[in-house]
Structures are given as C-alpha cells and as structure tokens.
Design a binder for this molecule. Structure first.
Ligand SMILES: Nc1ncnc2c1ncn2[C@@H]1O[C@H](COP(=O)(O)OP(=O)(O)OP(=O)(O)O)[C@@H](O)[C@H]1O
Length: 479
C-alpha cells in the first residue's frame, strides 16, 4: 500500500528528529525542512499528504506557509504547532485554513492522532459506531448533498449559509452557529458534520440548557461506577460518545461558569477524565456549538468565559431569521408539509396562495419552528383538502392543547386504584401541572418555574424530558 508522505517544518533540529522518528514509526514517509523557504521548495517538487509546521520559523511563520499553500490551492492538510497558551495563533491558523493545530510541548500521542486524522481524509473511515445514548446521537450519516438539501431555502442568505457550511466542514476548526430560536441551527450543525470527513462518525447533540447542573460533568465526561450516588455502572460521557465525530453543544450560552472552565480544558488538552477515574482519555472530537444569545455581550457581562468564547467561535455561521428571508417561505411550507404528512400518515393538503399570503404577513418570530408548529396544527385540524391556518392562539398552540400529544396519556384512576404504569402516570401528572403553570404565567418559563419552586434550569429539563413543545418565541422568558 502507498505510504502517506508527510512534510515536517521546524527549525529546531532535535524536535524535527523527534517528529520524524515518530512519523517513520507510524509507517509514513517523511521529509523535513527548517525554514519556510525550504518547505516551499519541497512543496514545489512534490505533493504531500500532510504538512506539519511550527508557527515560528527563522524566515517567516507557519501562517505564511499556510497562506502560500492556500493561494496555490494545494490539497495538503496542514497542522500548525503553536506555543502553549497562544490561543490567538491557533485560532488564526484555523481561520487561515489549517486542518488542525497542536500545542507545544507536543504530546506525541496526540500528535499521532491528529496526523492520522489529517491523512485519513479522502479515504472514508471504516469505523462503525453504535448509538451511545437515546436521544443524543444519530446513527444515520446522510450524504453531504442530502444534508444540505434538508436545509430548505434558496434565498441569498440561505445560499450563503450553505456555501459557508461547505467551506468550513473540511477542517477541525470549531464552529459557532448563531441565530434566533427555531432558525435551523441544529440542521446547520448536522450539515457541517455530514459534509465533513467525520460523516461516518457519530453526531452527538447536547442541549446544554436542559441538563441539571449537578449532572453536567458526568454527562459531558462520563462517570465510573460508584463515583456518585446513583452511578450504578460505568457510563460514557458525550465526549467519549462523539469520538471520531462531531459534538454539537446547543445553547452553549446556558453552560454555568464552572462547567465552562472544564469544557475549555477538555478542548485545549483534548483529553477528558471521567468522574471517579484517575485516567485521562484522549478524545478526537470536533466541536460545533450554537446559541441564540449574544455571547459577546455575555462575555462583557462576565457570564461567559472569554477564552472559551474565543475557542468556540473560530468560525461563525449566522443563520438569519425567517423575516429576513421571506422568499424561502413557500418552499419551506412545502417541505414541512411533506414531512408532517409523512410522519402522521395524513394526506398532503393543498396549500393555497391565500394561505401563503397569510403566512407571509404573520410575524413568525419563532421562525421555522413556529411555522412548523402552525402547519402541524393546521394539518391536525384540517377536515378537507385545503389547508386552513389558525393563527389565533399562536403563543398557546404548542403547549399540549389540541396538538397530538407525544406520549399516550393514561386514563384517570378510579379512587383507591393503583396505576398499572407508575412512571407513565407520574409523567402525565407532571405534564399537566407544567402545562397549567406555563399557561397561567403567559408561557414565561422563568415565572412558571418560580411558581413551582423550580429553577429555570430544572423546568427546562422537565419540559424537555416530557417533550412539551414550547412556543416558538422564547426571548421573553430568559432570566
Ligand atoms: N431551512 C430549513 N429547512 C427545513 N427545515 C428547517 C429549516 N430550518 C429549520 N427547520 C426545522 O425547524 C425546526 C427547528 O430547527 P432547529 O431545531 O434546527 O432550530 P434551532 O435554531 O436549533 O432552534 P433552537 O435555538 O430553539 O434550538 C426543526 O424541525 C427543523 O427541522
């Protein structure tokens, strides 16, 4: 088999030899250069599979080399080695198109993993992964085109989003997806994964706002049996579950500060330690995060760590609200109706011009999710072929009123009788109480939580656990 060809660029002879030996032992063919000029000369002679360069070189920087390679549209994957603590350089390198970076002093295990990952591109990975936890990871790996096609909309704004996804998918650079609630941030994250060389690895989606604070560390990094009350077996964390794939951190702005520090450390060191374990595990995970908040303002206000923001926000994709791409509405309606009728088995209703006109003049501040809810309800309530959209109770619509409920409600108990399924019965009681509290507080979750003696985080967790669909616009209830 053809051995991969790697170019190492470092002006320190000892380090260069160390890298060379490490790579030779891995079975690669290696060339070495001590300056930008020497590297450029070798690059002119032949094509490599990967280039590993130090940042500081006698006649320039690793960035110069990167930019030169980018301008010549070279196909080599480039890995940049930066001094410890110089996050700016790492971020700069990723922005300039580096595949990945390593922090000096370089950990040789990590070095081998990152180089292998750079070289594996092109040859699809043969890892097959099992779904580690219900609800989080998705086993299917849609083809890149299909994943982009799921993002319906051909407005200039959406075309730009899709173009950017295609461009950024190929590197390891962390991506922050920003946009209002319901604009499709998770779909964007899935498309990035599907277009990347990690597509056949897992995609693990985590809603940072829905996990109780006391469980965050165990959920993210895993826990050994007995490490805390209730840990009856070893369990994987999200990082381990996303190994070789993408970890999608939704609502990253909701992560409490102590957990932000732990996350930063995991990202920087690419190692995690399960609760109760003495051993660090190396993780190879690409991070895509999302927020509907203004994280830069949160940084200013001291609610979000600046260094973490800097790490996560290497590349930013902004998903515009629906009101700024109204022309996408007809195509969106069609795609959403198709999906809804497929899911419910109901016939596809006619979508008249008049209904589209009505939708166009509706504020839809809850974006695509609100549109989806409106159409869901319209399909559920329609009695004929033509679709009628009822806008009146928009804010109340999702909260379990007339919508088909996700779980089956157990019948009320006769006095003195025992429920045959205690958990289902308790869930139903809880759901009814939550829906009532939410209704009575004008769908303000902070207020509903206060009335029930819960924290905002706890009520969110319960709402998510019981699959109570919230109204589209959440902007009024943040504490
Ligand atoms: N461009 C689109 N094409 C098709 N469906 C879309 C599009 N954008 C969003 N959707 C659908 O709208 C719903 C909301 O999308 P998604 O969950 O990705 O939004 P979000 O921005 O992550 O929301 P939140 O901030 O509340 O988590 C999903 O059912 C999604 O499939």
């Amino acid at each position: 088999m053809h051995a991969a060809q790697v170019l190492v660029v470092d002006d320190e002879p000892d380090l260069r030899t160390l890298y060379e030996l490490t790579l030779l032992r891995e079975g690669y063919r290696v060339d070495a250069a001590g300056t930008v000029a020497e590297a450029a000369a070798l690059l002119q002679e032949r094509r490599f599979d990967a280039v590993i360069t130090d940042m500081r070189l006698p006649d320039g920087s690793g960035l110069d080399l990167l930019q030169r390679m980018a301008s010549q549209q070279r196909s080599e994957r480039c890995i940049v080695m930066t001094a410890y603590g110089s996050a700016e350089n790492a971020v700069e390198a990723l922005k300039s198109g580096a595949f990945d970076y390593l922090t000096k002093p370089v950990d040789l295990k990590q070095f081998r993993t990152v180089v292998a990952s750079a070289i594996q591109d092109g040859a699809p990975r043969s890892r097959s992964r099992s779904a580690p936890r219900a609800g989080a990871p998705q086993a299917e790996a849609p083809a890149p085109g299909a994943a982009l096609a799921r993002l319906v909309g051909e407005s200039a704004a959406m075309r730009q989003v899709k173009e950017r996804i295609g461009k950024v998918a190929r590197s390891m650079a962390p991506v922050l997806v920003r946009g209002e609630s319901g604009t499709g941030k998770e779909l964007v994250a899935r498309a990035i994964h599907a277009c990347s060389h990690r597509a056949d690895g897992p995609f693990v989606a985590v809603n940072c706002g829905a996990i109780p604070e006391s469980l965050l560390e165990a959920e993210f990094f895993g826990a050994r049996k007995g490490s805390y009350t209730g840990a009856t077996a070893d369990r994987q964390g999200y990082f381990q579950a996303a190994q070789g794939g993408t970890l999608f951190l939704d609502e990253i702005g909701d992560l409490p500060l102590p957990m932000q520090s732990k996350l930063l450390r995991a990202i920087q060191e690419r190692q995690v330690r399960s609760l109760g374990s003495t051993q660090e595990d190396a993780v190879d995970v690409r991070i895509v995060s999302a927020t509907h908040k203004d994280l830069a303002a949160d940084v200013q206000a001291g609610r979000f760590r600046q260094d973490l923001f800097y790490r996560l926000n290497v590349i930013e994709i902004v998903v515009p609200p629906l009101r700024e791409r109204r022309e996408d509405l007809p195509a969106l309606c069609e795609a959403l109706l198709d999906r809804i009728t497929q899911e419910t088995g109901m016939p596809v209703p006619d979508l008249s011009e008049a209904v589209i006109g009505q939708l166009l003049s509706h504020p839809l501040s809850g974006n695509v999710r609100e549109l989806e809810n409106l159409l869901h309800r319209a399909v559920a309530l329609s009695d004929g072929d033509a679709l009628q959209v009822d806008f009146a109770p928009t804010s109340a619509l999702a909260l379990g009123a007339e919508l088909p409920v996700v779980t089956t409600a157990p019948a009320p108990l006769a006095p003195g009788a025992l429920p045959s399924d205690l958990q289902a019965w308790l869930d139903q009681q809880e759901r009814e109480i939550l829906v009532q509290a939410l209704r009575e507080s004008g769908f303000n979750r902070t207020e509903a939580a206060r009335r029930l003696g819960l924290s905002l985080r706890q009520i969110r967790y319960r709402i998510a656990r019981l699959a109570i669909a919230a109204p589209g616009d959440e902007s009024n209830d943040e504490a």
